[in-house]
Design a binder for this molecule. Structure first.
Ligand code: PEP
Ligand code: MG
Length: 841
C-alpha cells in the first residue's frame, strides 16, 4: 500500500503532506479532507517522486492503482509549491479503454461514455504520444462514431493500438507530466514568476468524478466574493455534462439564479447541490482562513469538491476581503494588515482603467504618477488653461515640463512627456498633485511645434484628439476606456486604522500648496516633511514679482520686490499651518537656481522686457549671464542663501509671522525651517545666525515669543560625511535622496531616463536608483550621516524626504537605520503607512 511511503501517499487527515514537499494542491486537498468535505480519493506524489519519474524511475504503479476502486477512472493534476508557478495541464479520464467504454455505455449512456474516452485519447495522443493535434482534424463527429475514427487515426499515426492497460496509461501520463516540468521553457516561465531554479512539482492522482452521464451532472467553479469589487457575492460558472475547465469557457452560464441568458443556472437545476456548495464554500472560507474559489463536480445531483484556490482579486478587492475576514473573526487584524500588498494601494487611491476594458495601447512610457485620466490632447500650457476654462478635460503633452508648465499641469487632467525620468520635474509635480503622468514616452514622436503626436504604427494625433493616460502602468491609450473610481471606502479606512496601531515610524507628506496639505491631512499624514517653497513662486502674479526681484540692480530694488513677495508667502504658510492644525510643518528655504524663473524663449523674454520696462537686449544679456553649464551643481540651495541672503531673510520672516498668525486662533505651531543643499558647517552657521536674528526681530515686533526648529537637508555626499560637525547646529537632519542619489552616482536626475532602461536591462543597476533607494551606495551615506549626526547630537531628528520616502523597501531601510519618520508625496502616504505597519508586525 502507498500509505507508508511519504513519496506516494494517500491523502488522509494525517498523512505526511506539506506544500513544500507535495505542493499547494496536495496540501489544500488534505485540508479539505480534514474538513470532511466530499473530496475524491487522492494519492499525492512528492517533488522527489516526480523528479525520479522524470529521470526514468516510476513509482509502484500497481500500489497506486490499488488505492482506487478498479472501476474508477483517474486523473492526474499538477501540484506546484505555489499555484502561480503553473505546471503541466491536468490529464483526465485515465483508465478509459474499450472494455470500460462498453461498461460505461450501460451505466452512463453511449454519449457520455464516448465523450470520456474521446477526451482521454485526444489528450494522450497530443501530450503523451506527441502527435500533431491536426491528425484529428478529420474527426468531426462526436459520440461513438467520432470515437472509433479517433482510435483509428491514433493507430494509423503510431502503428500501435491505443494502450488499454490502466497501469501503462498512468505510468506514461506521469512520465510526460514530470518531464514537462523539467523542460527549459517551463522552467524559464516559472522563474519569471519568481520560482527558484530548483522548484519542485508534485502530482496528485485522483479518482475521476466524470461530470458526464446520468441526472444533473457537470462541473464548475464557485466563490463567495466578487473578484473585482471584493464585495460578498456568489459568482461562478457551471456547465452541465462537462469536465475539467470546460465551464470556464465563454459559453458556460452563471451558476446562480436569474442572471444569464445562456441557460438555466445550477441554482435552478439542482437547488440542493447549490446549497451544499455554498455551505462547503463558507466552511472553506472559515477554516482555510481565506476567500476561496471552489472547483467542483456534480455527479447525478451530488457535489464533489476537486480543489480550492485563493480567489483572484483586484487591489480594491484585496482590501475588502482582508478586512471582512478580520471583521468576521476569521483572521486577526494584524494578519489583515499583512495580507494587502502596499504597492497595490496606488490603484485604490486613484481612478484606474477598468482591468476588464479593452486597451488600444499607443506606447508605454515610464509610469511616473499613478492614476488614469482621459482628455483631449493639448500641446501648450495656455491651451490647457483654455480647455479648463471651457471645463473640458485635457491632457498636457510636452517634450519635457519646466516650471512654466505648472499652470498648464494644474489645468490638465494628466501629463505626457517625451523626456524625463522618475524624478524629473513633471513626475515630481504630477505625484504631488495626484495627477496621472507618464514621462519618457520616447516611443512616440513629439512634434510639439506642429502640435502632433506620431505613433510607431503611423497614427497621428492632433490637438483635440482623445487619449487616456494610465500613469499606473505607463500606457498611453487611444480613446476612452471604461474606468474604475478611487475606492477610499470604509474598508480602506478600517485597514489604515489597524495599520497605524502597529506602526513605529512616523509618516509625513511632502506638500507644497494648501491643496497638497489638505490631501496630506485627508490621508492622515503626521505632518509635512518637505514644503518646497519655490513652487509657491510659480503662480502667474507671483512669477512677475519674482522676476523683478531677480532683475533688481540695487539692494533697495531687491528689497522692494521681496517686500511684495512677503505677504504672499506669509499667507501661504498661514494656510499650511492652519490646515495641518498644529502638526509639524517643515518648510525648506528656497532651493533652485534663479534663472529657472526666467523665460528661455525669445517671445518670453520680449514679454518680460515689456512687463519690467527694460530693453529685450538687457533681458537676454541677464538671462545669458545667469545661465550655468550645470545648474544642478551651481548657484542653488544654501549657496544662494549665502550669496543673496535677503531671500532667506524674507522667507524666515514670512514663516515666523505666519506662525504667530496661525497660532492665534488654532493649535500652537512650531515651524521647522530647513536649509537645502548644505555641504559645509559654515553654511549652516551663516544662515542660522541670520534666521535667529529675524526670529528675534519678529518676536520683539509682535511682542510674543515663539519656538522654531532649524534643520539641514542632507543631500550632498559631503554633508553626510561631515554630519558630526553639521548636526550640533541643528534640530533635525532630513535626507534628500533625490539629489543625494544624483550626486553619489554622478547621474543627472533629469537626463538619466534616456539610458536608464538600457542600464537596468544589462544589469548594471538592478532598479532605477531614483526609484528604489540604492541601499548599498546611497544607503551607506545615509547610515553614515545618521550615525555621525546622532553621535554628535543624540536628540537630532532623522528623516528622509526624497522620492524614495514612500517606497516600502526604502522605509524598511530607514526604519532599520533608526530614522524618526519618512516623508513622501501625499498620495503615497497610505502606502507608506501600510508598509511601515507590516515592518513592525
Ligand atoms: C531631494 O533632493 O531629495 C529633495 C527632496 O529635494 P528636491 O527634489 O526638491 O531637489
Ligand atoms: Mg534636493
Amino acid at each position: 500500500a502507498v500509505q507508508n511511503n511519504p513519496d506516494t501517499t494517500l491523502i488522509t487527515p494525517d498523512a505526511p503532506v506539506a506544500a513544500t514537499t507535495h505542493g499547494g494542491r496536495a496540501k489544500c486537498l488534505q485540508r479539505l479532507v480534514r474538513l470532511d468535505l466530499p473530496v475524491p480519493r487522492t494519492v499525492a506524489l512528492s517533488f522527489d517522486a516526480v523528479h525520479q519519474i522524470a529521470e526514468g524511475q516510476l513509482p509502484d504503479i500497481d500500489a497506486i492503482l490499488g488505492e482506487f476502486n478498479p472501476t474508477s477512472l483517474l486523473c492526474v493534476r499538477p501540484s506546484s509549491e505555489d499555484p502561480d508557478w503553473g505546471g503541466p495541464g491536468a490529464v483526465l479520464n485515465i483508465g478509459m479503454n474499450d472494455a470500460r467504454y462498453v461498461d460505461l455505455c450501460d451505466t452512463l449512456g453511449p454519449t457520455a461514455a464516448a465523450a470520456l474516452y474521446l477526451r482521454f485519447v485526444q489528450t494522450y495522443a497530443v501530450h503523451v504520444a506527441r502527435l500533431d493535434p491536426d491528425v484529428f482534424d478529420d474527426v468531426v463527429e462526436e459520440g461513438p462514431q467520432g470515437l472509433s475514427e479517433m482510435l483509428h487515426a491514433y493507430e494509423t499515426e503510431t502503428d500501435e493500438v491505443f494502450p488499454q492497460e490502466p497501469g501503462e496509461q498512468l505510468g506514461a501520463v506521469l512520465r510526460t507530466m514530470a518531464r514537462a516540468w523539467e523542460g527549459t521553457s517551463a522552467r524559464l516561465l516559472r522563474q519569471a514568476k519568481g520560482a527558484p531554479a530548483d522548484a519542485g512539482l508534485g502530482l496528485v492522482v485522483q479518482e475521476m468524478i466524470p461530470g458526464l452521464g446520468l441526472g444533473e451532472s457537470g462541473s464548475g467553479v464557485l466563490q463567495l466574493a466578487n473578484s473585482t469589487t471584493g464585495l460578498p457575492q456568489i459568482t461562478g460558472r457551471y456547465l452541465s455534462q462537462s469536465q475539467g475547465r470546460d465551464a470556464l469557457g465563454a459559453g458556460a452560464p452563471s451558476l446562480y439564479l436569474g442572471c444569464d441568458p445562456r441557460g438555466p443556472s445550477l441554482e435552478e437545476k439542482a437547488p440542493g447541490a447549490f446549497d451544499d456548495l455554498k455551505t462547503h464554500a463558507a466552511l472553506m472560507r472559515e477554516k482555510l482562513r481565506e476567500e476561496m474559489q471552489v472547483e467542483f463536480v456534480i455527479e447525478n445531483g451530488s457535489v464533489h469538491i476537486l480543489d480550492g484556490v485563493r480567489v483572484q482579486r483586484s487591489s480594491r478587492a484585496a482590501v475588502r476581503i482582508a478586512v471582512r475576514l478580520a471583521q468576521d473573526g476569521i483572521i486577526p487584524e494584524q494578519e489583515a494588515v499583512m495580507r494587502v500588498d502596499p504597492h497595490t494601494l496606488n490603484e485604490l487611491l486613484h481612478r484606474q482603467v477598468d482591468p476588464e476594458a479593452e486597451r488600444d495601447v499607443l506606447t508605454t512610457g515610464i509610469a511616473a504618477s499613478p492614476g488614469a485620466a482621459t482628455g483631449k490632447i493639448v500641446f501648450t500650457s495656455a491651451e490647457a488653461q483654455a480647455s479648463a476654462a471651457r471645463s473640458e478635460p485635457c491632457i498636457l503633452i510636452r517634450r519635457e515640463t519646466s516650471p512654466e508648465d505648472i499652470r498648464g499641469m494644474h489645468a490638465a487632467v494628466a501629463v505626457l512627456t517625451e523626456k524625463g525620468g522618475i524624478t524629473s520635474h513633471a513626475a515630481v509635480i504630477g505625484r504631488g498633485m495626484g495627477l496621472p503622468c507618464i514621462v519618457g514616452a520616447s516611443g512616440l514622436r513629439f512634434q510639439t511645434k506642429k502640435k502632433a503626436l506620431m505613433a510607431p504604427d503611423g497614427r497621428i494625433f492632433k490637438t483635440g484628439d482623445v487619449l487616456t493616460i494610465d500613469g499606473t502602468s505607463g500606457q498611453v491609450l487611444v480613446g476612452e476606456p471604461a474606468m474604475l473610481e478611487a475606492a477610499l471606502d470604509d474598508s480602506f479606512q478600517t485597514l489604515m486604522g489597524w495599520a497605524d496601531k502597529e506602526r513605529d515610524i512616523g509618516i509625513r507628506a511632502n506638500a507644497d500648496t494648501p491643496a497638497d496639505a489638505q490631501t496630506a491631512r485627508n490621508f492622515d499624514a503626521q505632518g509635512i516633511g518637505l514644503c518646497r517653497t519655490e513652487h509657491m513662486f510659480f503662480e502667474p502674479g507671483r512669477l512677475t514679482v519674482m522676476r523683478e526681484m531677480i532683475f533688481a540692480e540695487t539692494s533697495s530694488g531687491r528689497a522692494a520686490a521681496l517686500e511684495r513677495l512677503l505677504p504672499m508667502q506669509r499667507d501661504d504658510f498661514t494656510q499650511l499651518f492652519r490646515i495641518m492644525q498644529g502638526k509639524p510643518v517643515c518648510i525648506r528655504l528656497f532651493d533652485p537656481p534663479l534663472h529657472e524663473f526666467l523665460p528661455a524663449t525669445r517671445t518670453g523674454q520680449r514679454e518680460l522686457a515689456e512687463a519690467l520696462d527694460l530693453q529685450v537686449s538687457d533681458v537676454t544679456r541677464r538671462v545669458e549671464a545667469m545661465s550655468e553649464y550645470n545648474p544642478m551643481l551651481g548657484l542653488r540651495g544654501v549657496r544662494l542663501g549665502v550669496t543673496v541672503p535677503e531671500i532667506y531673510d524674507m522667507q524666515a520672516r514670512a514663516i515666523f509671522e505666519a506662525t504667530l498668525e496661525a497660532s492665534k486662533h488654532g493649535a500652537a505651531v512650531v515651524p521647522e525651517v530647513m536649509i537645502p543643499l548644505v555641504s559645509a558647517k559654515r553654511e549652516v552657521e551663516l544662515v542660522k545666525a541670520r534666521i535667529d536674528t529675524v526670529a528675534a526681530a519678529v518676536a520683539s515686533e509682535m511682542g510674543t515669543d515663539f519656538d522654531y526648529r532649524l534643520g539641514v537637508m542632507m543631500e550632498t555626499p559631503r554633508a553626510c560625511l561631515r554630519a558630526d560637525e553639521i548636526s550640533p547646529n541643528t534640530a533635525f537632519l532630513s535626507f534628500g535622496t533625490n539629489d543625494l542619489t544624483q550626486m553619489t552616482y554622478g547621474l543627472s536626475r533629469d537626463d538619466a531616463g534616456r539610458f536608464m532602461s538600457a542600464y537596468v536591462q544589462q544589469g548594471v543597476f538592478t532598479e532605477d536608483p531614483f526609484h528604489v533607494l540604492d541601499t548599498e551606495g546611497v544607503g551607506e551615506l545615509l547610515k553614515l550621516g545618521a550615525e555621525r549626526g546622532r553621535a554628535a547630537q543624540p536628540n537630532v531628528t532623522l528623516s528622509i524626504c526624497g522620492e524614495h520616502g514612500g517606497n516600502p523597501e526604502s522605509i524598511a531601510f530607514c526604519r532599520d537605520a533608526g530614522f524618526d519618520y519618512v516623508s513622501c508625496s501625499p498620495f503615497r502616504v497610505p502606502v507608506a503607512r501600510l508598509a511601515a505597519a507590516q515592518l513592525a508586525i
